[in-house]
Design a protein. Sequence first.
Length: 300
Amino acid sequence: MDARVQPSRLDLDALRSWPLPAVDDTADKEARGRVLVIAGSREVPGAAVLAATAALRAGAGKLAIATAASVAQHMAFAMPEARVIALPETADGGFDERGIAGIERAVQAARCVLVGPGLMDAKATCRFVAALAPLLKGRGVVLDALAMDAAPHLGRFEEPVLLTPHAGEVAHLTGCDKDEVLADPERAAREAAQRWNAVIAVKGARTVIADPDGRAWLHEGGNAGLATSGSGDTLAGAIAGLCARGAGLVQACAWGVVLHAQAGERLAAQRAPVGYLAREIPDAMLQVLRDLQDVRPAIR
Ligand SMILES: NC(=O)C1=CN([C@@H]2O[C@H](COP(=O)(O)OP(=O)(O)OC[C@H]3O[C@@H](n4cnc5c(N)ncnc54)[C@H](OP(=O)(O)O)[C@@H]3O)[C@@H](O)[C@H]2O)[C@@H](O)CC1
Ligand SMILES: Nc1ncnc2c1ncn2[C@@H]1O[C@H](COP(=O)(O)OP(=O)(O)O)[C@@H](O)[C@H]1O
């Protein structure tokens, strides 16, 4: 018999009974929390824009983006709400770990740091994340996309970190088969959470979140329209934004997963079931967030 405790179901009702920390009407942008998005390479700069937009739509107060030097100027115009820090690149388009000195202050100021969307050069990314890891202590950390490749090399995290792999990325990280993960995402999430002492969200039509304490949450919802280029970047960004404005990693992840899926459902109803764009998801998430807060206000 399967001894696993059933995962808690995540849906809008679950969020209503798990309200986000309230943001006071008198809050300034510092109180709303700083988020640092380390993302975007010369081939995939848009991933940083998608993640950063979602972080602000989720309610973060202040935004910094650390991105490839070759696209930093363009990023500053694409994302006028951000302070943009240029990172030196490797020949293969990765972030050179020597650039970390230039983001040290931004890391220290951030309540949440998201690393990964749109990064290139797996080897350089592993070195970069390994060198960054000691600076991340005490803040919410979300590793997405190529930044997760560092996880197997970092051993067990000392403090919880969130990883957001889809089934293919779990297969890539653990050496198992993608179909095995799809057949039992809960097992994959629980095993990875124990192995790395991390919160894991295995994403897909069924998303399972597991934490190192043995708790798990299951979300079923959204639609195939969410299976689109850049969609995962908006999820990671929203989670980082929720964390920056005061939610813990697990709550931020749970809220982000439901908001993202609900945004997909709204876009499917408003536009078409398939064919809406990742860049449209953050605004739809804001609509869902607003309606939720009408029910139980988190921002007065
Ligand atoms: N047009 C673009 O590319 C855009 C990309 N964008 C952003 O770029 C980032 C990367 O996205 P992506 O789409 O390039 O990488 P994705 O396919 O998620 O693979 C990730 C890893 O999983 C692995 N992996 C996958 N399946 C597997 C399997 N069955 N079994 C084993 N391994 C498997 C795969 O290994 P590989 O297939 O390379 O061997 C790879 O290591 C992300 O942030 C995305 O949002 C956007 O911003 C918009 C434009
Ligand atoms: N059929 C589906 N139903 C519901 N959600 C889905 C479906 N397919 C994908 N998603 C969601 O869309 C997102 C896709 O993320 P990801 O594969 O990382 O995209 P990308 O790498 O292009 O940004 C995940 O949050 C996943 O849960």
